[in-house]
Design a protein around this ligand. Sequence first.
Ligand code: GLP
Length: 281
Amino acid sequence: MRVVLCGSTEETGQYAAQIIADRIVEGPCTLGLATGSSPLPVYRELIRRHRQSGLSFAQCVAFTLDEYVGLDPQDSRSYRATIRSDFVDHVDLAPEALHSPRAQDGDATALSTAAAQYERCIADAGGIDVQLLGIGGNGHIGFNEPSSSLASRTRIKALTRETRDANARFFEDDETVPSLCLTQGLGTILDSAHAVLLAQGESKAAAVRASVEGPVSAACPASALQLHPRATFILDPAAASALENLDYYQHVQALNDELGLRPLGRPLHSVRSLCESSVSD
Ligand code: GLP
């Protein structure tokens, strides 16, 4: 597990964008896209690189993490529409290359079928190369709320009151926030080749600490990433502020800087070399 300490929200986006750009350079790439405010700096930076340096997503396929049950995919509050307006519509990713769970039909059988189809579709694409993640204040990733099985696959989940309250800002009132979703499971996320979680702000500090330094537990779904062979937490100062071993992560980062393994501001070295040869994982 790598903990990357960034100086600002924008820097978290630049770091994650570099990971994606490095992977795209290697060839056709399957991206896992997250909604929410956490990945927005990444999307801003990727759009900037697309416009200014020609970074191309034409060979990419993308899968969203989750979707509300009962919203039409055209509904601007659906996660499919959100990911399009935040990112996909601004780059050259083919519209048909964007996949999201089919969750508009609230019938339980249809939703279970859609969940199984989504898993097959990800497998048919060869799995996810880089999975972007945000984190909820209660430690959820995707919509895997506390108590989610660490082995779970894409399925129907009920949202907690806390998550519905946090997302109420996108709806008329609390009561119109959907209460169900389809979400990739923790097992699905653990199958990605590289899981990249971004967290910014003090409201995420406790969840980040529990995920990185707490026990692996269904009570904090993001702690499942401790089982991932290649997980990177990219944090701004406020999100990192509750980490007990902050001194150690800073020490590791300083060593990586000394070795020339830190990508930002050091164009000769890519994130790939950082991930493969830095002094600690
Ligand atoms: C929602 C999404 C998650 C996201 C979380 C945090 O619940 N399903 O994928 O990580 O919100 O959102 P934000 O990044 O806006 O804090």
